[in-house]
Ligand binder design. Structure first.
Ligand SMILES: Nc1ncnc2c1ncn2[C@@H]1O[C@H](COP(=O)(O)OP(=O)(O)OP(=O)(O)O)[C@@H](O)[C@H]1O
Length: 265
């Protein structure tokens, strides 16, 4: 397996005895690609990212079965800092920048997770090129930035650890359409520069445009997987996630469950 491929195999996760959030989920983020996960609220998308980043215990969740590997090396069971050092870094939902620290200090904090310090200057340069506004605001408190700028900072902070795989949890949530587009363009650029991305995104149209492969999660199970363009063309995805051709599309979780289909590839 390529050294940067993230693989999730047969993953089951629960929160206590009552909530089984993921059931035998298997998917891959091949080295250097963008893979998207779609799903209604509560489908288990954030749980998947928490499992990969090692942060489940902070939410009282645990892995019951399955494993997560990067390039064949086991990540499941590692502490979050070890997962970051191995090359997988999460940008959490809701940005969560350190509001009282400056932009610069937030970025420095991100660099602490890197495997070694030698590439810190190059990483900072890359972040400032991707997000020029962060250079302009370097001395400002992060809490004073707009929502879109905070998302940029959260992504920049994650990139300071020089990840092989970036985990993005709803990066455009709550942003104006123009800002959401900019974030989308930046995700594409980050990927062009060689970083793989596991993208969770409520804007399914944007996610399917950015990703090469996509998966649909429903009540903790992967119910649909395939090339992103094939999913974007499927009636099921168009109706349930792209809001095309069905008045009920705004309430995806109340619709009938999808049939299990898979495309080759
Ligand atoms: N800390 C927790 N304790 C108990 N149950 C939880 C916890 N976190 C999530 N859950 C439950 O696990 C299931 C999956 O939640 P998860 O947040 O992963 O879904 P999601 O697809 O990310 O949804 P959303 O988009 O609303 O965040 C849901 O039933 C949710 O209520």
């Amino acid at each position: 397996m390529a050294s940067g491929t993230l693989a999730v195999g047969g993953l089951s996760v629960s929160y206590g005895k009552a909530v089984q959030a993921l059931r035998e989920v298997s998917l891959e983020v091949p080295e250097g690609t963008v893979t998207a996960v779609l799903g209604a609220n509560g489908a288990g998308k954030s749980t998947l990212l928490r499992a990969v980043s090692g942060t489940l215990p902070f939410h009282r969740g645990s892995i019951e079965a399955g494993e997560i590997t990067l390039g064949g090396r086991r990540l499941s069971g590692l502490r979050p800092d070890a997962v970051v050092a191995a090359g997988v870094v999460q940008v959490p939902e809701g940005r969560r920048v350190f509001g009282r620290l400056t932009v610069e200090e937030n970025l420095r904090a991100g660099a602490l997770g890197a495997r070694d310090r030698s590439g810190a200057a190059a990483a900072r340069e890359r972040v400032m090129e991707l997000f020029p506004v962060l250079a302009e605001r370097a001395r400002q408190r992060a809490g004073l930035l707009s929502g879109g700028e905070q998302q940029m900072l959260a992504m920049g902070r994650a990139l300071m650890a020089r990840p092989k795989v970036l985990l993005l949890d709803e990066p455009t949530l709550g942003l104006a359409p123009l800002m959401a587009e900019r974030i989308g363009e930046t995700v594409a650029e980050i990927n062009r520069q060689g970083t793989a991305v596991l993208l969770i995104e409520q804007n399914a149209a944007l996610a399917l445009r950015l990703a090469s492969t996509a998966h649909v999660l429903e009540v903790g199970r992967v119910t649909l997987s395939g090339p992103a363009d094939a999913l974007a063309a499927s009636d099921e995805v168009r109706r349930r996630y792209l809001g095309v051709g069905d008045d009920d599309a705004l309430e995806p979780r109340f619709q009938r469950p999808p049939t299990l289909e898979r495309w080759a590839g």
